[in-house]
Design a protein around this ligand. Structure first.
Ligand code: ZN
Length: 417
């Protein structure tokens, strides 16, 4: 099912094996054309509407292209140079050239550069200082100098600093406690303490807890129940709150959260795949919020990302916490990040003091995985699925402190036997 470069193999034969033909197919080529054309048509209605959030649009479009295996359809140097022109002296990024900096666009800027493996063009300290400077005394984060507070900004700061390897610049414990103060009795999370649960907000809070190795604070059954209740029986689509219409973007917000808390098997995946495919414009490309509505880059990205989470054939795998392709995360996360997760997780079993491996998915891997934080588990599981070989090493250094080393062996599957 996987090619050597980590992407799932394209082709109708693998498609017909796992997805019944009556469900329709993803019009990948059309979607690539749609995304590239939106980028080029700078005076179109959509471009005008997107003008002030162009950095977010770039992240949505380019990540969708990467998941579709077509990131090379754009000029890397042109994108990188534009991203850098959106950066301010403060270190933060604006939504476009000449626009004010905000943490929303700063994460998108970092994500776009990470996609192209170009984070080294940044003054990392400067960007990290901008983001860390937005943390408040109670652990929450403001979006910019005007001070609006929202758990979205907590996620953005944590994801961004983690990608930059600078989580040590903030008070992680306070940040986690603030997020937990926004947890509701229904198991979900809101934007501030006492605010109603919403799937988008839940993704942000669960994602931030996953990255910091703090998922043990979540009542997974309670939250899993609330999230799987979002699926509409008739259409198979997911909504963001009770009594709302289903919408393709919640295929990402709710589904990624269900994966992070290991309850994704509580929804009907085939029905959700059908709903997303029904929202495609198969003539001109693009995906809309609901069948027959107008398409846009935002829903095109979240539709493709949702299908990736559902393991739709021909798409790269996406990380549910970082919202970037898994190969990008593997490239950027280091030993120290995994260890950070371990320490935050609290009690864990020691698998052994010497290298275990090479591992086969059916053997020691499951045992080793159980002792790791979920974000690291996901990373490792993806690697195992893609290469069938991975080695986990948990080592005792200096008596009490434990280190977990994740090393990936890229040998071909066939050499394992
Ligand atoms: Zn939507």
């Amino acid at each position: 099912m996987f090619s050597t470069d980590g992407s799932r193999v394209e082709g109708t034969s693998s498609l017909s094996q796992s997805i019944s033909p009556s469900m329709g197919e993803l019009a990948s080529e059309k979607h690539v054309q749609f995304i590239v054309s939106v980028e080029k048509k700078k005076d179109s209605f959509q471009s005008v509407v997107m003008e002030h959030i162009r950095m977010n649009g770039a992240y949505w479009g380019l990540t969708a292209l990467d998941l579709l295996g077509k990131l090379h359809a754009v000029d890397v140097e042109e994108v990188v140079s534009w991203v850098l022109q959106c950066q301010h002296d403060s270190g933060g990024f604006g939504g476009n050239i000449g626009h004010d900096p905000h943490v929303l666009y700063t994460l998108s800027g970092v994500q776009v550069l990470a996609l192209f493996d170009k984070l080294d063009v940044l003054d990392i300290e400067k960007v990290a200082n901008y983001v860390a400077g937005l943390q408040n005394e109670d652990g929450s984060f403001s979006g910019d100098m005007w001070g609006e507070i929202d758990t979205r900004f907590s996620y953005i700061a944590i994801s961004c600093l983690s990608l930059l390897h600078r989580l040590d610049k903030i008070n992680v414990e306070k940040a986690v406690n603030y997020i937990l103060s926004c947890k509701n009795h229904d198991g979900g999370f809101g934007c501030i303490p006492g605010a109603e649960s919403h799937a988008g907000q839940i993704f942000c809070c669960v994602g931030a807890l996953a990255i910091t190795g703090s998922l043990h604070h979540i009542d997974k059954d309670l939250l899993g129940w609330w999230l799987c209740e979002r699926q509409d029986n008739k259409t198979g689509g997911l909504n963001g709150r009770p009594e709302k219409l289903p919408d393709v973007c919640y295929s990402w917000w709710a589904l990624s959260s269900l994966i992070m808390i290991d309850r994704v098997h509580w929804i009907n995946k085939d029905k959700l795949i059908k709903f997303i495919l029904d929202c495609q414009d198969i003539e001109n490309g693009g995906i809309s919020d609901r069948p027959d509505d107008a398409v846009d880059v935002y829903h095109t990205y979240f539709g493709v990302a949702g299908l990736s989470l559902l393991e739709y054939p021909g798409l790269k795998a996406i990380d549910p916490a970082y919202a970037l392709p898994v190969d990008v995360i593997v490239r950027h996360l280091r030993y120290s990040d995994i260890r950070f997760g371990m320490q935050m997780t609290g009690p864990h079993k020691v698998v052994g003091s010497r290298q275990i491996g090479p591992l086969h998915p059916s053997l020691q891997a499951t045992r080793a995985l159980k002792s790791m934080p979920v974000s690291a588990q996901f990373l490792l599981q993806q690697q195992i699925r893609q290469t069938s070989v991975a080695a986990v090493e948990i080592r005792s250094i200096g008596g009490m402190s434990l280190h977990c080393q994740l090393s990936i062996c890229t040998r071909a599957t066939s050499s394992l036997g």
